[in-house]
Design a protein around this ligand. Structure first.
Ligand code: IPM
Ligand code: MG
Length: 352
């Protein structure tokens, strides 16, 4: 089969980690007799520099017409001027919205060999296997009104946390479906003691829960959830939450895995075109040094094979190779080693 994959390496370490994931995919293609056509496009700060826009219409169209999109990272100090008209992050948000990828899946597993590397005690980490399902195209990131003005002689800034029932229902249904293939437990995270949008969130979670009697449903306030994630992470299976809560909780959850550099994500919507990206950022401090951990992006490419191309065997082959590579002691700097980005990918490719 021939598949078209649009690459958006982006800024900072993005191009370095995407290049290694592409080598892994090429190795999969030759082993399993697939053909992948890669088309590389600019998005983020690099696109602002080249075209004056963080995401051009042409690039969005090239993403929509592909089978899947693999993204590195966007942003950096160069584009951080608060008065700037465009920002790298705006391109990413427009891409998520443009592709309609409302569900961001962020699996958090802890490799036994990396438990020592997490600040948590190893006994707390034993058996941790969490899937965070983050709502990705609604909430505070996108609600209107949004902006700045002057009211009664005072400078004011507004963001709006808005959710429609259908937006909550579709992500909730997906979370329950995913729980069926796992430990059959959904933790719905909200702030229903304060926020109206959370009260609607909880109402719909309860409804969808009734339609899925085989799945245990827990409601948890986001402040409690942020604590439980550290004190009892093993008690969590599928965690479903709104956009901003999910953004914050997944950075926190990455600490369980030892490093942000380890964690992949898949963003899915109504169409089959998925967006795949590591959860880490552009890491300007180490960009260009060739020392970033490519595993988050390589595991994202495994999710791409699974969810967009329906190549489950090939996806598992990558995941197993990564597991074995870590077991064998291969380490980049973020997890206490000296391997370069390229060398880590070489080790993984050898195991494929
Ligand atoms: C993430 C990132 C993005 C987000 C930024 C870069 C806009 O933090 O993917 O978690 O907030 O969604
Ligand atoms: Mg984030």
């Amino acid at each position: 089969m021939n598949f078209k994959i649009t690459l958006l390496p982006g800024d900072g370490i993005g191009p370095e980690v995407v290049a290694e994931a592409v080598r892994v995919l090429e190795s999969i293609a030759s082993k399993y007799k697939h053909s992948f056509t890669f088309q590389e496009r600019l998005m983020g700060g690099c696109s602002i520099d080249a075209y004056g826009s963080s995401l051009t219409d042409e690039t969005l169209a090239d993403c929509k017409s592909a089978d899947a999109v693999l993204l590195g990272a966007v942003g950096g100090p160069k584009w951080d001027d608060p008065a700037a008209k465009d920002r790298p992050e705006r391109g990413l948000l427009a891409l998520r919205k443009g592709l309609g990828v409302f569900a961001n899946l962020r699996p958090v597993k802890v490799h036994p060999a990396l438990m020592e590397w997490s600040p948590l005690k190893p006994e707390k980490l034993q058996g941790v296997d969490i899937l965070v399902v983050r709502e990705l195209t609604g909430g505070l990131y996108f609600g209107f009104p949004k902006g700045r003005d002057v009211k009664d002689g005072r400078e004011r800034a507004v963001d709006t946390l808005e959710y429609y029932d259908y937006e909550i229902k579709r992500i909730m249904k997906l979370a329950f479906d995913l729980a069926k293939g796992r430990r059959k437990k959904v933790t719905s995270v909200d702030k229903a003691n304060v926020l109206e949008s959370s009260r609607l969130w909880r109402q719909i979670a309860t409804q969808v829960g009734k339609e899925n009697p085989g799945i245990e449903l827990d409601h948890m306030l986001v402040d409690t959830a942020s604590m439980k994630l550290i004190t009892a992470p093993v008690s969590m299976d599928v965690v479903v939450t709104e956009n901003m809560f999910g953004d914050i909780l997944t950075d926190e959850a990455s600490v369980l895995a030892g490093s942000m550099g380890m964690l992949p994500s898949a963003s899915l919507g109504e169409s089959t075109v998925g967006l795949y990206e590591p959860i880490h950022g552009s890491a300007p401090d180490i960009a260009g040094k060739g020392i970033a951990n490519p595993i988050g992006t390589i595991l994202s490419s495994a999710m791409l094979l699974r969810h967009s191309l329906k190549l489950e065997v090939e996806a598992e082959a990558i995941e197993t190779a990564v597991d074995e590579t870590i077991t064998a002691g291969a380490r980049t700097a973020d997890i206490g080693g000296k391997l370069t980005t390229r060398q880590m990918a070489d080790e993984i490719i050898k195991k494929l």
